[in-house]
Design a protein around this ligand. Structure first.
Ligand SMILES: Cc1cc2nc3c(=O)[nH]c(=O)nc-3n(C[C@H](O)[C@H](O)[C@H](O)COP(=O)(O)OP(=O)(O)OC[C@H]3O[C@@H](n4cnc5c(N)ncnc54)[C@H](O)[C@@H]3O)c2cc1C
Ligand SMILES: *[C@@H]1O[C@H](CO)[C@@H](O)[C@H](O)[C@H]1NC(C)=O
Ligand SMILES: *[C@@H]1O[C@H](CO)[C@@H](O)[C@H](O)[C@H]1NC(C)=O
Ligand SMILES: *[C@@H]1O[C@H](CO)[C@@H](O)[C@H](O)[C@H]1NC(C)=O
Length: 408
């Protein structure tokens, strides 16, 4: 049997993986549980590391005309004075500006390209369990009772991954005790003052951070959102809450009169159909992302869903799929090659994910309101330097994979 990869999930990871494998001339098939890829809604932020991959795959030029382009995320104090800036892109430094793009646009273009490449997508096919794994193939079952065999099975099935159950039967994603509610409103409603930089996060430890981020090519719409601590609910509970639009609007408005006026204007008129709710879960660090005979692999949110502070969730998923395709192309078919390849792939990927997690923690710390204490000057000096983000935004992924494969 020649190499054929079965991809479980037609989300952003699964679709980008199909295009990455196609570029490496590795045949694949996608299986998706739903009637269409899951569109959680809203816009997402893409940073230069992911944009470089999307450019290599030919996707970048197709989504760019519909994206809002920006370089910095701005942070303001509870009193609405500028606090600091976090770089999310820069064409001169990293090759690309940051981008905010509707998820459905990205899904639409990726799906179209998958179809143009002749890669089959089977909808209404829900993976249920692995039946057997041998040294050269994997056989699994769908919920409709049918079975299938391939040389590799990749779980790109998101944070509540079913494929992950084969590797970790008892593992559940961990709730981070926080959630966000977002909505979209016309930018004009905010009457943004001259010189007031967006995208912006207005910090307030009591009421939770408030985010304003433009979207659509011309920035005529903004996402508004608020992040707060929250008790855990089950999946039905979250769905019920998300569908309770009055509750969501109340969540966004709570204590708004104590926030700066721009926030009050932002929440003054919210239309129900543009509301979204995002409970923050993470997958604890996993020892292995692949099975004994390397026939099963998990990636994207299934392997390492990460908290949102550095905006890297999806961006890291794109790195997973692109480097996995490179490793597979180099190693599959060589005796013991894939086992070694996947080992260094996971080690290399985990190192980058760990750096992102450290960055998340650093950003969260920096966003705390400053206490006026002695020693503050030193801290300020450090902060002035800002983050050095070349390692994150400007990698050469082909060279990175070569380096991994050269590891002992
Ligand atoms: C409201 C919200 C806003 C977000 N905003 C951002 C953002 O701005 N930036 C960012 O980086 N991240 C953001 N995230 C996180 C981001 O959505 C995830 O990191 C990303 O979707 C992961 O992509 P994925 O393809 O790995 O998984 P998913 O997008 O979850 O896709 C998994 C796919 O697999 C399918 N599937 C699941 N189980 C099965 C099965 N058993 N058989 C077959 N198919 C199956 C699903 O239907 C789905 O289509 C946000 C998340 C939420 C909920
Ligand atoms: C799967 O692998 C086993 C063991 O290598 C082999 O006997 C079998 O023929 C393979 N099945 C398919 C469908 O290729
Ligand atoms: C949050 O905002 C309110 C209203 O502006 C303010 O009274 C309070 O001090 C802020 N809390 C923090 C921790 O900054
Ligand atoms: C609220 O917004 C909707 C849609 O943007 C608009 O049609 C409506 O006129 C607005 N209402 C008020 C009171 O501004």
């Amino acid at each position: 049997m020649s190499t054929h990869v079965a991809i479980i999930g037609a989300g952003l990871s699964g679709l980008a993986l199909a295009l990455s494998l196609h570029q490496q001339r590795i045949p694949c098939t996608i299986y998706e549980a739903r009637s269409a890829p899951l569109n959680i809604g809203g816009a997402i932020m893409l940073s230069p590391n992911a944009l470089r991959i999307l450019d290599t795959l030919g996707v970048y030029n197709r989504i760019r005309p519909e994206a809002y382009s920006f370089d910095n995320l701005y942070f303001r104090s509870p009193a609405d004075t500028p606090l600091d800036t976090y770089e999310f892109g820069n064409a001169a430094k990293y090759g690309y500006s940051g981008m905010r793009i509707y998820r459905h646009v990205l899904i639409r273009e990726l799906s179209a390209m998958v179809s143009e490449a002749g890669i089959p997508i089977h909808y209404h096919k829900k993976f249920s369990r692995v039946i057997t794994e041998t040294e050269s193939n994997i056989t699994w079952e769908f919920e409709d009772g049918t079975t299938s065999t391939a040389t590799c099975l990749v779980g790109a099935d998101g944070i509540h991954s079913k494929v992950r159950k084969y590797l970790y039967p008892d593992l559940e994603p961990k709730f981070m005790n926080a959630m966000a509610v977002t909505a979209a409103v016309p930018t004009s409603q905010l009457a943004i003052p001259e010189g007031y930089n967006i995208p912006v996060t207005i910090m307030n430890k009591t009421h939770g951070a408030f985010v304003i981020a433009p979207q659509l090519r011309d920035g005529s719409e903004v996402l508004i959102g608020r992040q707060k601590r929250s008790a855990q609910l089950d999946r039905e509970g979250w769905t019920k809450l998300m569908n309770d639009k009055d509750w969501c609007v109340e969540f966004l408005r709570e204590g708004a009169d104590e926030f700066p006026e721009i926030v009050q204007r932002a929440v003054s008129n919210i239309s129900a159909e543009k509301i979204n709710l995002w409970p923050f879960y993470m997958v604890p660090k996993l020892e292995k992302w692949s099975s004994e005979h390397c026939r099963v692999v998990i990636l994207g949110d299934a392997a390492h869903a990460i908290p949102p502070s550095a905006g890297q969730g999806i961006n890291q998923a794109f790195e997973d799929v692109f480097t996995y395709a490179l490793v597979l192309a180099r190693c599959e078919g060589q005796k013991g090659g894939l086992e070694r390849g996947l080992k260094v792939w996971q080690r290399g990927r985990q190192e980058r994910v760990d750096r992102v997690l450290a960055l998340n923690a650093q950003i969260d710390k920096r966003r705390m309101p400053k206490a006026v204490t002695a020693g503050e000057e030193k801290e300020e000096e450090e902060e002035e330097k800002g983050f050095e983000l070349g390692w994150l935004y400007k990698p050469d992924f082909e060279a990175m994979v070569e380096e991994w494969l050269a590891w002992e």
